[in-house]
Design a protein around this ligand. Structure first.
Ligand SMILES: NC(=O)c1ccc[n+]([C@@H]2O[C@H](COP(=O)([O-])OP(=O)(O)OC[C@H]3O[C@@H](n4cnc5c(N)ncnc54)[C@H](OP(=O)(O)O)[C@@H]3O)[C@@H](O)[C@H]2O)c1
Length: 337
């Protein structure tokens, strides 16, 4: 019989945690025992896995005895607090937060992009930022074929990117606007219903937000190329689920839309949605619940005199491929080590 793993999910009641359980079940991950962990608020609650009720336990430093793989999605401060306990227990931590992504001893992995980096782990593997994952599933195969020089991205990020509370805030505010009731923003800096907010994570000294700089730094780390230039504007939009991105790409060699389509049609994790005449292009409602990243609107960049630029549009479910699915795919790579 092939090896079975004792798995813990920390943050099991959250937007990402709930999806992790579904993905573990759907992909039939070889689990001998599943431990569900969340805050004291959720302890005692029951969640279903493979038809069985599992009782949620409070996350403590003793939670990881006998655990082989610990999937974390409870926020960066929780990951930092429990990292040592996970490693001391001999488990491998796969972390969804931004806590360790840029650490030299922590591989940052998208299985379709840099699966071999998993081998370098020293007890912790990080899941990249959700917008970066969605972008790189589409961009990495083009980079491999044509050599990416520079990338300019604008994102359209769903409210679920801020967790279960983010989705709830959009729904509550939408009702409040329709009922002409007063609105008090809480999760987001401003009203999100019937609005958009060009502000995700905190601002840094150079005027970019941390979210925007994650897309630069994580791209360079995963493509192993510090010469790639990246500039981003990250925007929260009143979409429930799935992030979209407009990407302007500059390559070292000439590339036509046909050449790009040929590469992307064969790329793992990509679904081409590129038939504008039939009104087929990537949209968040279609990408929601899908593991693949949708790519379309592939055009030659007409602002250039050479043929080295492309514009593309992507949409991907950031709770799934941007978090839960990517983490479980990493666990599959770990299981195969
Ligand atoms: N949402 C996304 O699209 C997305 C994408 C990529 C990465 N991530 C990352 O994934 C992590 C979770 O995000 P989310 O969107 O799933 O958030 P969420 O919906 O707010 O869920 C947070 C989870 O963390 C648990 N938690 C909070 N405080 C805790 C504590 N003191 N001890 C133990 N558990 C605690 C919560 O348990 P209770 O229910 O008991 O409070 C809940 O299970 C974050 O690091 C986030 O940056 C999210």
């Amino acid at each position: 019989m092939s090896r079975q793993f004792s798995v813990a999910v920390a943050g099991c009641t959250g937007a990402v945690g709930v999806e992790m359980l579904k993905v573990l079940e759907e992909r039939n991950f070889p689990i001998s025992k599943l431990k569900l962990l969340a805050s004291a608020r959720s302890a005692g609650k029951k969640m279903k896995f493979r038809g069985e009720d599992i009782v949620v336990e409070e996350l403590t430093h003793d939670s990881f005895k006998g655990v082989d793989i610990a999937l974390f999605s409870a926020g960066g401060s929780i990951s930092k607090e429990f990292r040592q306990s996970v490693v001391d227990a001999g488990a491998i931590m796969i972390d969804n937060s931004s806590a360790f992504r840029m650490d030299d001893d922590v591989p940052l992995v998208v299985p379709e992009v840099n699966p071999e980096d998993v081998k370098k782990h020293k007890g912790v593997i990080a899941n990249p930022n959700c917008s970066t994952i969605i972008m790189l599933v589409a961009v990495a195969p083009l980079h491999k074929a044509f050599g990416l020089k520079r990338l300019v991205a604008s994102t359209y990020q769903a409210t679920s990117g801020a967790g279960a509370k983010g989705m709830e805030e959009m729904l509550v505010q939408t009702r409040q606007v329709l009922n002409e009731e007063p609105i008090a923003p809480n999760v987001f800096a401003h009203r999100i219903a019937f609005n958009l907010i060009p502000h995700i994570d905190v601002f840094t000294e150079n005027g970019y937000t941390k979210e925007e700089l994650k897309m630069l730094n994580e791209t360079r780390k995963m493509l192993h190329d510090d010469s790639i230039k990246v500039s981003c504007t990250c925007v929260r939009v009143p979409v429930m689920r799935a992030h979209s991105e407009s990407l302007n790409l500059e390559f070292k060699t000439k590339v036509t839309p046909e050449m790009a389509r040929e590469v992307l049609a064969k790329a793992a994790g990509v679904t081409l949605k590129d038939d504008p005449a039939a009104k087929v292009y990537p949209m968040p409602v279609d990408a929601s619940g899908q593991g693949n990243v949708f790519v379309g609107r592939i055009r030659q960049d007409i602002s250039r005199d050479d043929e080295c630029g492309l514009d593309i549009f992507v949409a991907g479910d950031q709770v799934l491929k941007g978090a839960a699915l990517n983490a479980v795919q990493i666990a599959e790579l770990v299981a195969a080590l």
